[in-house]
Design a protein. Sequence first.
Length: 189
Amino acid sequence: MTVVGLSARTALLVSPTELAASGKTMSLLLPTVNGAEIDLMVGVDSVEKVAEGWVVAVTFMVIEQQVRTALNDLMALLLAGTGGGNRKHPRIIYDVTVRHGPALALFGKLEEISVGGLSVRVPERLAPGAMMRVSVPDYSSQAPLVFDGTVVQQRLSKEGGYHTGIAFGELDGELRARLARLLADLLCR
């Protein structure tokens, strides 16, 4: 079994064999920072057969404070890393509609966001190096987060449009703090 997604309350697993049926519970062992394992009781939210085996979405059930602390330490370690590849910051899925463009008059679909940038699906082709302004909803505040960034890459999307990677420019202290709160909220969904 491989953990392919992890948040403070949920996990997404891929297994070559069926682990449990939807609606059932199971035990999930995760590594800890000190080398031991966290034994979590999880509820199985959904199970889907895929080419690689089975994808299982689970929600953590009652967690004792000691286990919660170990899980928080693991999350902090994972978020502090690069995630491999060329990325400097781990990305968090945030599937919402955004506005973009100089006057924020165009619409796109946000896919992922991090402290360093975001991925958005837009209908138009953009050149690498192009400046882009993106307005992201922040449901804990009335005001959206507005980022200025640079297009670093773009590729055709099977769903239509283009997956577009944006690297943020310099973020002021308030915007950086609001982004950090949003990312923390998304992890705890």
